[in-house]
Write a protein that binds this ligand. Structure first.
Ligand code: TRP
Length: 355
């Protein structure tokens, strides 16, 4: 199957999954995660955060994992991991996730029992399979790594530990994570076939793809990212937001139209405005008419600041309470450890390693 048709199949499965979750939220366990490499931006907000808040609000059991070990695979710098982890939690809580009964937030480095699944899982995949993972290849290229450490090649196996320790069966992810999810499914299947035929230990989790289309950077680059300086951060002030949008790329045509094909930069700003206003980009374009890039940018600035105002207000309050943020992570880790210990015991039993 070609990459595109594989993707289309994943989109179709994701739609079926969404309907099943809505019909019976209690039957699902969501696990998803982020690397603590910086603050979240509005691309994350519309692409994944909002969806997590929605699922948790439906009562789905939700695990949000902070992939701190994964940072070591392609980042030389590790001095900011702790601070970035705390800032991530602030972004999550400010966006509306409420840790407690059905929401668990923790760094994976704090869950040794889940990490231990790595050892049997590594024996279920070949080095050839790891070498051909397209997302890993892209990351190696993007980071310009001269030599590839084994952690880089094997982190997708670790991601299977992240997902399977709690028997997660739904993983909300973007397109780039599909190869990792496929590997997790393979590991679950092989584990069950080898060690637990007829009485599976692990589910084969499914991807829940975001409904929000991919959000490019303000400079027209493929991807919005903090390091490229083309993002609007949730943590930005209203003035910083205005300054970032002011520098956004548009084009010379003063008449604003929604034409993603021929005017991708203008279309991107219109899409962002539409997401913030819960409006249609064509309607906004019609209203702006001959106002030019300036009017479009003013409208977007107003829309973003309006949309994020309550979140940013909560963010400020949360920043003042580091002890609370720490307690969220510690109690999340405690919950995760209990679940992981149970799974590890089960795994040991089926592998005939009990003493
Ligand atoms: N690999 C993901 C990323 O680079 C982060 C991640 C780690 C993750 N473990 C996960 C995502 C488990 C979903 C589920 O963004």
């Amino acid at each position: 199957m070609s990459g595109q048709s594989t993707y289309e199949a994943a989109v179709a499965r994701s739609k079926t999954l969404e309907a099943a979750i809505q019909a019976n939220p209690a039957a699902f366990r969501v696990l998803t995660g982020d690397r603590p490499t910086g603050r979240l931006h509005i691309g994350h907000y519309f692409g994944s955060l909002q969806n997590r808040v929605r699922l948790a609000g439906m009562g789905v059991r939700t695990f949000i994992l902070i992939a701190d070990y994964q940072v070591l695979t392609d980042h030389e710098a590790f001095s900011e991991i702790s601070e970035n982890t705390k800032q991530l939690v602030i972004d999550y809580l400010a966006a509306g996730l409420t840790p407690g009964e059905n929401v668990t937030i923790y760094p994976h480095s704090y869950v040794p029992e889940a990490n231990q699944l790595m050892l049997p899982f590594l024996t279920l995949v070949s080095s050839a399979e790891l070498n051909r993972n397209p997302t890993v290849k892209e990351e190696i290229q993007a980071a310009g790594l001269k030599s590839v450490n084994a952690g880089m090649l094997t982190y997708p196996v670790h991601q299977a530990c992240d997902i399977l320790f709690c028997k997660g069966n739904v993983v909300p992810v973007g397109k780039d994570q599909l190869p990792h999810l496929e590997l997790t499914r393979t590991i679950a299947r092989r584990f069950n076939e080898k060690f637990a035929p007829g009485r599976p230990v692990f589910p084969e989790p499914e991807a829940l793809l975001s409904k929000t289309p991919h959000i490019p950077g303000l400079d027209g680059a493929q991807k919005m990212s903090k390091s490229r300086g083309n993002a609007i951060l949730l943590a930005d002030s209203e003035d910083e937001t205005a300054a970032r949008i002011k520098k956004a790329k548009t084009d010379a045509d003063r008449h604003i139209t929604y034409d993603p094909e021929n005017r991708p930069e203008v279309a991107n700003l219109l899409n962002l405005t539409a997401l913030c206003e819960d409006n249609d980009p064509r309607v906004i374009a019609g209203e702006l008419g001959d106002g030019g890039g300036g009017a479009l940018k003013r409208r977007l600035t107003e829309a973003v600041n309006e949309k994020l105002r309550p979140l940013r207000e909560r963010r400020k309050q949360l920043e003042k309470d580091p002890a609370y943020i720490r307690s969220v992570l510690l109690s999340g880790a405690e919950t995760a450890r209990k679940i992981a210990a149970g799974t590890l015991e089960e795994v040991r039993r089926v592998m005939n390693m009990e003493i």
